[in-house]
Design a protein around this ligand. Structure first.
Ligand code: SAM
Length: 365
């Protein structure tokens, strides 16, 4: 069966588990579409989390502005990696043959932060030119909502992809998860601004938010299509880490579905997005692994084609605990690097090295 378009009702049915032949048949179909449209290869981006300072206060997030204790009840240590440490991370990606890295941090709009990020981007580009990568490492940036002027500075400095999850495209759910000054309209405008700047744009949602229905998630997939996303990064919604958990509890926002249910739904979301969007890059998000030791591998089996091994230095990982049970916080960058080919092998997939690994969707535009 070769289908090019899916209606809202069809996507909803699929997410409810009504694909003919069940989830195994759904995964096989998603893999087939993936092979045709983006190939079997798993593309790698070294994920460097370079600061947990955040000016936003998303109620579900362990590094939100108001968060003050970590999972162990100790004061949350706010950190900023130095330029030198970030450049070391970039060199590590290069040595391992990763063609790309993702730089992620909390959301800040102060001048010192913007200047710092711009400078680091330029340095990474200067220092990572090789015969395989004549334009240096590919860089995905993920530092939240910024002004158009700031996006332009980051783009000119060498980032060419930007990841900003919409979190949910449902206005009611978005408003329950965020303080009043953070609005869905503003988030959507930010995604449009990123496109207008020239970025390849990635977005995504959290799956299993209390009150979220299969129809809401089906609408999210249509939203990805409407804004013409190039990359999708989405994962299960998980109980927050540290004091942020109290906020979730207080607001009735703790996850309601069981971890196995949320994992199943997340895998169906990956497959459904692959079937509906076809030639985009889809990440097997780290959060999948918080629900199952093979969560990311299962994400690959359901049609994801990107892995983001964490290259954040071991010492800072505990302070970047967005949610409880975030995987790999005890590991070092070297351990995560060693683990990655094993994950791809589990899913019987080859790995792509020494290239940016842009989505065909972006190249075709
Ligand atoms: N500040 C940037 C931004 O907002 O895009 C990047 C960092 S932000 C912490 C990265 C992502 O973490 C968010 O887009 C959100 O989906 C995810 N996240 C935070 N808390 C989470 C939770 N409790 N469960 C699942 N995902 C969570």
């Amino acid at each position: 069966m070769s289908r090019k378009t899916f209606s809202l009702a069809e996507l909803e049915e699929l997410l409810l588990g009504h694909w003919p032949g069940g989830d195994a048949a759904l995964a096989a179909r998603a893999r087939q579409v993936m092979a045709e449209e983006v190939g079997e290869e798993v593309r790698l981006r070294g994920l460097l989390e370079f600061s947990n300072r955040c000016a936003s206060d998303c109620y579900y997030c362990g590094i939100r502005r108001s968060s003050d204790t970590d999972d162990g009840g100790h004061p949350l240590v706010r950190f900023d990696l130095t330029e030198e440490a970030i450049l070391e991370g970039a060199q590590l990606c290069l040595q391992e043959g990763y063609g790309s890295m993702t730089l992620q941090a909390g959301e800040r709009r102060d001048r010192a932060f913007i200047d710092f990020v711009e400078g680091v981007l330029r340095k990474i580009k200067e220092e990572t030119v090789t015969p395989d990568l004549p334009r240096g490492l590919g860089i995905t940036l993920s530092v939240g909502e910024q002004t158009r002027e700031t996006y332009a500075r980051f783009f000119d400095a060498g980032a060419h992809r930007y990841l900003l999850r919409v979190e949910t495209s449902d206005p009611r759910l978005f408003a329950r998860l965020h303080p009043p000054e953070q609005t869905l309209e503003r988030r959507i405008r930010a995604l449009e601004d990123l496109k207008a700047t020239g970025f390849q744009v990635g977005t995504g949602v959290m799956i299993g938010i209390p009150g979220q229905t299969a129809r809401d998630l089906a609408r999210d997939i249509l939203f990805f299509r409407k804004i013409d996303a190039d990359m999708i990064g989405m994962g299960p919604y998980i109980e927050a880490a540290g004091s942020a958990r109290q906020e979730m509890l207080h607001r009735g926002l703790l996850p309601e579905s069981s971890p196995p249910e949320r994992l199943r739904l997340s895998l169906r979301m990956i497959a459904a997005t692959r079937l509906a969007l076809r030639d985009v890059n889809i990440a097997a998000a780290t959060a999948l692994q918080a629900l199952s030791p093979t969560g990311r591998e299962q994400g690959l089996a359901f049609g994801a084609n990107v892995l983001m091994p964490i290259v954040t230095p071991g010492g800072q990982r505990k302070a970047y605990q967005l949610y409880q049970g975030k995987p790999c916080v005890e590991e070092t960058a070297r351990e995560c690097i060693a683990c990655t080919p094993r994950r791809a092998a589990w899913a019987r997939r080859p790995v792509s090295y020494h290239s940016w690994g842009d989505a065909p969707h972006a190249r075709r535009k």
